[in-house]
Design a protein around this ligand. Structure first.
Ligand code: S3P
Length: 172
């Protein structure tokens, strides 16, 4: 455990596959605060998988649900929150996160993102085309916005614990 005490939620942002959920869970356990995963909370609230939600209601409705879930979580006591890769792209969601939390951009290069997303092929945004091309475009398109997070930390090949330690160092 870390002796660090946080007084605001920590929100992890970044592309799918970068490790927000795994890193977030371990970071929360080191800080001894609860961990939440926005995607999981949306699935619970809607009682369906994200892929099903996209298919049934479309992306704009998903972004709306995502913002509501994040708003609810951020109004609670300090915690670590992993967000879906598109959450921080939404102006309202980003404003909320910037106001109420410390945001951390988890960064990784394209090769690593391709490798990690291939392990679990459930992302609706990667279904219609070549995942590498899609991820490359998303990275280009989103990086300038992710860069608005309070901190940026590199997630590299190898154990996620190293990433967690890098975040803790930057927070201290
Ligand atoms: C999305 C990322 C996903 C999920 C949805 C949309 C995105 O979350 O919210 O499929 O727009 O990048 P992960 O980043 O946890 O895969």
């Amino acid at each position: 455990p870390s002796s660090l005490r946080i007084n605001r939620p920590i929100v992890l942002v970044g592309l799918m596959g970068v490790g927000k959920t795994t890193v977030g869970r371990r970071l929360a356990s080191k800080l001894r605060v609860p961990f939440y995963d926005a995607d999981e909370e949306i699935e619970k609230a809607a009682n369906m998988r994200i892929s099903e939600f996209f298919e049934t209601y479309g992306e704009p409705a998903f972004r709306d649900g995502e913002r509501k879930v994040i708003e609810r979580l951020l109004s609670g006591p300090p915690h670590v929150l992993a967000t879906g890769g598109g959450a921080f792209m939404n102006d309202e969601t980003r404003a909320l996160v910037k106001e109420k939390a410390i945001s951390v951009w988890l960064r990784a290069d394209l090769d690593l993102l391709v490798k990690r997303t291939a392990l679990r092929n459930t992302r609706p945004l990667l279904q219609n085309g070549d995942p590498r091309e899609i991820l490359e475009n998303l990275l280009k398109e989103r990086a300038p916005t992710y860069a608005k997070a309070d901190l940026a930390v590199d997630s590299m090949e190898g154990p996620h614990n190293r990433t967690v330690d890098r975040i803790l160092k930057k927070l201290a």
